[in-house]
Design a binder for this molecule. Sequence first.
Ligand code: FES
Length: 166
Amino acid sequence: MSAEPVADTASERPESQGPTGRGRVPAEPGTTRRGLFTAAGGLGAGALLAACGDDGPGAPDNDLPAGVIAEVDEVEVGGGYINAGEQVVVTQPSEGDFRGFSAICTHEGCTVSDISDGTINCRCHGSRYSIEDGAVVQAAWGETPETQDPLPPVEVAEDDGTIVRG
Ligand code: FES
């Protein structure tokens, strides 16, 4: 009897998705390391994987005061900002329309990885959620949009140039 090889999905995950899901997602080169925020243009996985800073994935980011999810100017229109430490994603589908969602993928609990082309993406197993309402746009491997829950909404509000929990 021969054993089937077992896929090492952990080695395929970005380092931002450690078992604790704590800390902020590393930023794309050319952006600050305070978070990951992308416009509708999208990102390459290789660029994301190469973006880890000196503090390493999951390191706390002390640039923002406690309770602040993002600065308004960090949340691009048509994109969003993942605050892994707060476990919240803030999106801005259209100018001035900020929406919040849990950053915890409803499939198996990874912290979502990035935002591109109008979706919040989880690289653990390929889930993609709408930046508009958190709906499942692409289900995880082996799932369907009907069997996978959307990202739960999180109330957010604008407060003096920042986004905080509403
Ligand atoms: S945990 Fe996100 S796709 Fe599986």
